[in-house]
Design a protein around this ligand. Structure first.
Ligand SMILES: [Zn+2]
Length: 95
């Protein structure tokens, strides 16, 4: 019966919408909780930032860091091998 089928499809869509709503509500609740802890950390001198990651169900393999200095992956600007001399990790002793 087409009508029953259509009703089932509607029910599925309704459930999917409900699921999405519940997931969103749960996520927002968790984020608010986490943000609260981050604020507490900040109060005692630690600075953290919460940010979403694209593709939440498929974590990237290997290094996900991208260098803003040379555009390479696997290291950051701070540890870039192509980095210029200024503000680097190597300290030069004064003669
Ligand atoms: Zn680099």
């Amino acid at each position: 019966m087409p009508e029953t089928k259509a009703a089932t499809v509607l029910e599925v869509k309704r459930l999917e919408a409900t699921l999405a709503e519940v997931r969103e509500t749960t996520k927002n609740g968790l984020l608010a909780s986490i943000q609260g802890h981050i604020d507490e950390l900040r109060d005692i001198g630690f600075e953290y930032e919460l940010k979403a990651v694209e593709g939440q169900k498929t974590p990237k393999n290997g290094h996900s860091t991208k260098c803003s200095q040379c555009g390479g992956t696997g290291h950051t600007k701070r540890t870039c091998p192509q980095k210029g001399g200024n503000n680097g990790l190597v300290q030069q002793a004064k003669a």
